[in-house]
Design a protein around this ligand. Sequence first.
Ligand code: PLP
Length: 364
Amino acid sequence: MSGNEQIRVSEAFASNFIAPLGPQLDEFEERVSAYFGGDRYCVGLSSGSAALHLALRISGVTHGDEVWASSMTFAGGIFPVNYLGAKPRFFDLDPETWTIHVQLLAEELEKAARKGRLPRAILPTDLYGQSVDLEALEGLAAKYGVRLIVDSAESLGAIGKEGRKAGTGGDAAILSFNGNKIITTSGGGMLVTKHKAWADEARFLATQARDVAPHYEHSTFGYNYRLSNVCAAIGLGQLEVLEKRVARRREIFRRYVVALSGMGLTFMPQPPGARSSCWLTAFTINPAKTGVSREDIRLMLLKNGIEARPLWKPMHTQPLYREAQYHGVGFDEHLFRDGLCLPSGSDMTEAEQDEIIDRISVML
Ligand SMILES: Cc1ncc(COP(=O)(O)O)c(C=O)c1O
């Protein structure tokens, strides 16, 4: 916390708007919309997964449809496809960016269009704070008439190589304010969309789909998915330090790169002109060259009370998705096998980071 959150929460208490909705939530949505330039509609929700569920449902994704997604992502960025009875099909990453392989996606869309079997939506992920190639993906979505939902849960504060803010992509993007994200509302998420009708429908569905009537009237089913006013107040305090938090994460990334990249570690690349939020610093190691595996490093750090985690396990290698189709050469599998995310929290001190760097350096 930055200190200001408590002031904003006190204001929420003073207003007596505790839950579900209230002025702090309205202001939080307005401020995020202003951050994106004022032309995006923002709906505060209880989680990033809830935002994705709504975005997919509003896209028209339904039973039997396909949604084409990055394989390397967190489960919460895919499970909502299952909630709707649809099937995910997974794509590898581009080694140049560690985000979805646009060329591969384009080839498969072309084949699917010829067979008349296009997916309902494409769902690329801004991995570890790196924006996907929005222009290219929007071009593909428009060419084939499919919806584009961008998972920007990890990338608030990032800028893509065309200068666009992460979170402004596609028909809609989703954000997460989970406790481990760049900024947090304790738990929460947001749908960010260029379509006013989508934002209206998201608000309707997120509050139990109440039709206009003095009693409870329902012509469809909804969810209890709105962000509480108190949580939104935390978000208001956090928004004030967003730029600071991103700058700190980027500094942490830079210090790791300067200290360790000459020692046989390859860090996540950043395309020229892009600004990753560096949510997590991730690298790969070549065990054949260094004689050290990512598990050697992870376990050594763990023994010293330092938690580092493997990268996301690609979804097509998860037992749940063993039937799912996958396109790629397994670059994502290589990232999982040989990659590690280092401690990257913005409250980490330089001394703590130096200890991590020193401990890894002596192994290499
Ligand atoms: C890529 C990605 N997608 C979706 C989510 C889901 O967000 P939430 O935890 O707010 O439901 C997360 C993080 O938690 C994530 O990292």
